[in-house]
Design a protein. Structure first.
Lengths: 206, 187
């Protein structure tokens, strides 16, 4: 029972972090004055810093093209963005491993003995499931940290980053819910659905 | 019920994982079943396009603007006054680079940044400058003026490849950004 409350707490915390991230992202976008007609993108009439910077762009840029510095630069292996990426991929891998790992026998309809509960909780299936849910929560948190300015509610849910955030968060919550309901309670379907949602989220922005 | 759901979900996942299509950007199915990375912008590969455009400026990938923008930019009249310059080219070459740009425009691409640009430009006037697209503006809104306009090695946001070190490959990821004279730009 204690364990269930623990995962519910994690789920609620993830929700709050996700919600605060959305609010933060929203706050940032509200700094941009958006006039009233057309789509949120095209109704821009105010010059932003970018436009100001670009106002006197050089007409002849042949010299500019020549001096690209790509040759010597190597992108960092460890970055917020990479951490998010690898945590997401790890989550999906662990979901697959959890689904494939042998499940301990369930006592259909009857009450579980303490020995059976212990056996289920110490099984590889249970451990992998918990690891997958934890990684899923970490993925959501790192996603908010690394990509907080990539999703904007006003862009709608057809925006790939918005869909990614929605599916990823929903997938993580489904996994946490599945772990908190295990064993039994139809947790398998919810858990795998969570994994598929996360895989779909990855695909959308891959 | 949950067993069926589990099997169904695994099946969908397996189908997505197993199938592969190398020409992802051409169809939705192709994109769905391709596992090459398409989060950026499709690199420009047409030699004539790269030569003609790259002679004077960074050869912007067609996926950075919607097709109707390229229609406006790549016609004989428009090229006579191409951002203050005469950039006229012969008819056949123009046709080739026009077709290439339009066929690979943002609204015809499944690359993520192109999809975002296409969504950003779906309504209103077709932008003529990439820096006019709100998505691009928004991505750069926190970059102070002294790092670009006031930076002798950058001068303008239109010089993408001055800071985006993988711009020629269509990669505009933050991890690949180095702003000349500002090594700690993201602190």
């Amino acid at each position: 029972m204690k364990r269930n409350y623990g995962f519910i707490n994690i789920a609620i915390s993830t929700c709050l972090v996700a919600a605060s991230g959305l609010v933060h992202a929203d706050d940032a976008t509200q700094n941009i004055a958006i006039p009233s007609i057309a789509s949120p993108y095209t109704k821009s009439s105010k010059s932003y810093m970018l436009a100001l910077n670009d106002a006197d762009a050089p007409q002849k840029q042949a010299s500019a093209t020549a001096a690209s510095q790509s040759a010597e630069f190597e992108p960092p292996m460890f970055s917020k963005s990479n951490a998010h990426k690898y945590l997401g991929l790890g989550t999906v891998a662990l979901v697959v491993a959890t689904a494939l790992a042998p499940k301990p026998a369930e006592n259909e309809g009857g009450t579980l003995t303490q020995a059976q509960i212990d056996e289920q909780e110490s099984s590889n299936h249970a451990r992998l499931g918990k690891a997958a849910a934890t990684l899923a929560a970490a993925t959501v948190v790192t996603g908010l940290i690394a990509h907080w300015d990539d999703f904007h509610v006003e862009d709608g849910w057809t925006d790939p980053d918005n869909m990614h955030a929605l599916l990823g968060t929903a997938g993580a919550l489904a996994m946490l819910f599945a772990v908190s309901n295990a064993p039994g309670g139809g947790h398998a379907g919810v858990g795998v659905t969570g994994g598929v949602a996360m895989a779909a989220a990855i695909k959308l922005t891959w | 019920m949950s067993k069926k759901l589990e099997v169904g979900a695994l099946l969908v996942g397996a189908l997505l994982m197993i199938s592969n299509n190398t020409r992802a950007e051409e169809t939705l199915t192709g994109w769905l079943t391709n596992f090459e990375r398409t989060k950026e912008v499709k690199p420009a590969t047409d030699k004539q396009y790269l030569k003609e455009c790259g002679e004077c400026h960074f050869a912007y990938q067609p996926g950075l603007l919607p097709a109707r923008s390229w229609e406006k930019l790549l016609n004989a009249d428009a090229l006579k006054k191409h951002f203050g310059d005469n950039a006229e080219i012969d008819k056949d070459t123009l046709q080739t680079i026009h077709d290439y740009a339009v066929e690979n425009a943002a609204d015809k691409s499944f690359y993520k940044r192109s999809r975002k640009i296409a969504l950003a430009t779906v309504e209103g006037e077709a932008p003529l400058r990439i820096t006019e697209v709100l998505y691009i503006k928004r991505k750069h809104k926190d970059i102070p003026e002294n790092m670009v306009k006031g930076n002798k090695d950058v001068k303008s946001f239109s010089n993408c490849n001055k800071c985006h070190t993988r711009a020629d490959k269509g990669v505009f990821d933050e991890d690949t950004v180095v702003i000349p004279n500002f090594p700690d730009w993201d602190d």
